[in-house]
Design a protein around this ligand. Structure first.
Ligand code: 8GT
Length: 135
């Protein structure tokens, strides 16, 4: 039987006052370069998923939020090379600061229905419809 090691990733739909969601474009040179994704990243050993997301949002976008502002929304489960990706998606409507692209090539705010036109990682595709229904 093949064995897969799990890769736990947290990501967030940051939702603005107009119901738009922030996506970031992965930089060249990284796996899945140029694809549009939800901000987030890998959960480090010893971290809670919420602490990992608070850390990633500070590192990637320079914004501050708190675990209590992160509402679990849905998840994706998808083969990723030798690993198996478990992507936990949260929704966040409250943060401090203006998101800036510290790691990403670009940022854009858009409604979930507009995401179908973008190139996104395969794991994210089923999340779009769920966000459409949720927001
Ligand atoms: N942040 C994020 N990662 C995603 C999404 N969809 C998806 O398949 N992934 C995958 O989840 C993994 C997250 O890794 P990452 O490279 O962004 O995380 P990181 O910042 O902790 O990584 P690094 O320290 O290796 O640079 C990547 O394999 C990425 O392709 C998404 O919407 N957001």
């Amino acid at each position: 039987m093949p064995s897969f090691s799990p890769l736990l990733v947290v990501a967030v739909a940051l939702v603005d006052a107009d119901g738009r969601v922030l996506l970031q474009q992965r930089p060249p040179g990284k796996a899945m370069a140029d694809l549009w994704e939800f901000p987030g990243g890998k959960v480090e050993p010893g971290e809670t998923p919420e602490a990992a997301l608070v850390r990633e949002l500070e590192e990637e976008l320079g914004i501050e939020t708190h675990a209590s502002c992160l509402a679990p929304a849905t998840f994706a489960s998808e083969a990723l090379g030798e690993k198996h990706l478990l992507l936990l998606l949260y929704v966040c409507r409250k943060w401090k600061g203006m998101p800036e692209a510290r790691h990403a090539t670009a940022l854009q705010w858009l409604r979930p229905a507009q995401m179908y036109a973008l190139d996104m990682p395969p794991a994210d595709l089923p999340l779009i419809g769920l966000l459409e229904a949720l927001l």
